[in-house]
Write a protein that binds this ligand. Structure first.
Ligand code: PMP
Length: 357
């Protein structure tokens, strides 16, 4: 059994305490810079403000929730030194737990659908973590979650982060991403009209939404899904799509659509074209879900004068070099990316640099 092996394989002759290590890792997660990008779409100008999340330790926004879940679990005793961390994920979460778990001296086992990019698999393995691939016939994503639970049911020294149910996932963005966005926009003298984010676990959109509510701001908060697989609009998965990291076959438990504004759908080809445009014209080599978030932001601003839309660029393009992201993508009717002109960009510094002064 993979998990039992992994428990035995735990490396733990690290001399610092987990708390010291967590404090050190904190320095390398969150507090990212923000890009302010001026665009025009059908002669209407607007501003998209995007957090550069590839700058986190393992290269994606998922480091935020992984670190916070580990901090909370150490604090409440549900994670102890020597435990094996076991999670089901479509990629970035696996990479985040593999990196952070290893840094804290834990063995890590990741259950993952077998259709995710080769780079994801290799990256997780590069940290010494185990990957258990789950095929469509074996249940795909839901099968990964199920197998992960069953495999760890009888093993005591196992910690399951359960990213789809764990409130600490939402809290990571409520306490981190959201306040950072608000501080950076304030610093830049911008007033946000809406926040948009593609939903994988929904941690980002729910957490930032809560931070906006707590700040008493009347700002729209839109969850985003692939038009080819509108799970949130329909309640179940209805097709395949190419925006890795979002829309994992079901509506996660931590997502409450009643707390959010309407769902925005983005075509996967449109997301790819937009990510390509951001790389080719601005040098921002983002992943597919970031292209998706940019298109969703522009959609959220349609009909408004000079809208300011906030979002996140969840990761960069390096995990997608074996995918359609680096191939010619045909333009289809209804796509926005071909008509979005990128006019200018500037950087808003990391929030702690001026919050401390
Ligand atoms: N984009 C990418 C590339 C991701 O890996 C994820 C996380 N699965 C998301 C977007 C969605 O983030 P969240 O889980 O917070 O909804």
């Amino acid at each position: 059994m993979q998990v039992a092996d992994a428990v035995v394989a735990t490396s733990s002759s690290l001399s610092l305490t987990p708390q010291h290590r967590l404090a050190g890792l904190r320095e390398m997660v969150g507090n990212t810079p923000m890009m302010v990008i001026e665009y025009s779409y059908r002669r209407q100008r607007g501003t998209v403000c995007a957090k550069m999340e590839h700058l986190n330790l393992s290269g994606s926004i998922k480091d935020r929730m992984a670190l916070h879940i580990l901090e909370c679990a150490y604090a409440d005793g549900s994670l102890r030194p020597g435990d094996c961390i076991v999670e089901a994920t479509s990629g970035n979460t696996g990479i985040a737990f593999a990196a952070l778990g290893t840094a804290l001296g834990h063995a890590v086992t990741i259950y993952m659908p077998d259709w995710m990019s080769r780079e994801r698999l290799d990256l997780i393995r590069s940290y010494g973590a185990k990957v258990v691939s789950v095929s469509k016939e074996q249940g795909g994503f839901l099968g990964s979650i199920d197998r992960c639970r069953k495999a760890s049911a009888d093993v005591r020294e196992v910690f399951l982060p359960r990213q789809f149910e764990n409130c600490a996932n939402v809290e990571a963005h409520e306490l981190g991403t959201g306040p950072e966005i608000l501080a950076q926009l304030r610093h830049a003298g911008l007033q946000m009209d809406a926040f948009v984010a593609g939903v994988g676990t929904g941690g980002t959109v729910m957490g930032v939404g809560r931070a906006l509510g707590a700040a008493g701001l009347d700002v729209r908060c839109h969850p985003v899904e692939p038009a080819e697989s509108p799970a949130m609009s329909t309640g179940h998965r209805v097709g395949t799509h190419r925006i890795q990291g979002i829309s994992d076959e079901f509506i996660p438990q931590i997502v409450n659509l009643d707390d959010l504004d309407e769902v925005i759908a983005v075509n996967d080809g449109d997301a790819i074209l937009m990510a390509q445009k951001l790389a080719r014209q601005l040098g921002l080599a983002v992943g597919i879900s970031s292209g998706c978030n940019f298109v969703a932001a522009v959609k959220a601003g349609v009909g408004q004068t000079s809208p300011v839309l906030a979002t996140v660029f969840c990761d960069d393009n390096k995990k997608y070099l074996s995918t359609g992201l680096v191939q010619d993508e045909p333009v289809c009717d209804g796509y926005l990316a071909p008509e979005i002109e990128l006019l200018d960009m500037r950087v808003v510094r990391r929030a702690n640099l001026y919050l401390a002064n």
